[in-house]
Design a protein around this ligand. Sequence first.
Ligand SMILES: CC(C)(COP(=O)(O)OP(=O)(O)OC[C@H]1O[C@@H](n2cnc3c(N)ncnc32)[C@H](O)[C@@H]1OP(=O)(O)O)[C@@H](O)C(=O)NCCC(=O)NCCS
Length: 173
Amino acid sequence: MTVSATPRDRAPDLPTELPDLVLRELTVDDADAYYALLDRNRQHLSRLGDYRAESRATPAWARGQLAADPAPDLRYGIRLGGELIGRVDLIAVDPPRYGTGYWLDEAHQGAGRATAACAALYGYAAHELAATDIYAGVTRGNERSVALLGRLGFERVAEFADCTRFHLALEGS
Ligand SMILES: CC(C)(COP(=O)(O)OP(=O)(O)OC[C@H]1O[C@@H](n2cnc3c(N)ncnc32)[C@H](O)[C@@H]1OP(=O)(O)O)[C@@H](O)C(=O)NCCC(=O)NCCS
């Protein structure tokens, strides 16, 4: 008898409050679209020294990233009308406390899409994962990220040499 590992259930698709904007798990099936997205955002992602690995991505690197099972983290693609335009992650640092990371195609900034994507993921975390806290670290000078966290209700909780830590207390968990 052959015993094979049972593939884990796919994380559920998450709607957002914006029409046509949906979160769907990023998998190896997205490798080509993910690489194309990285390739046109190298400067955007590395402007403040973050996302160095992504800014040097090769097709094989991108495929390898998505081939790895993210569990227990959640790894979502932000999709507008089916097109991959960004990524948002929930990182199981110390459940029910989580970390997060997010980025958006530079061409899609300025329309509330990252805010809506993060709100959908953190709402899911609160209601379905009983998450109580989300933390984010922001490199100094990343004013767009600071503004996004402010819109979502995060508060500054610690200052470090190069970055600021923000915290969101979740309700409804
Ligand atoms: C951080 C990042 C995701 C923020 O993207 P963003 O486009 O500024 O954020 P949003 O998509 O939520 O859009 C907000 C803008 O849309 C506007 N907006 C329009 N409709 C909106 C709505 N319904 N809800 C919220 N904002 C809305 C806001 O007023 C804001 O406008 P502004 O750009 O003139 O200030 C993006 O800059 C990025 O990918 N940066 C590089 C990677 C990075 O730094 N990641 C974070 C590491 S900590």
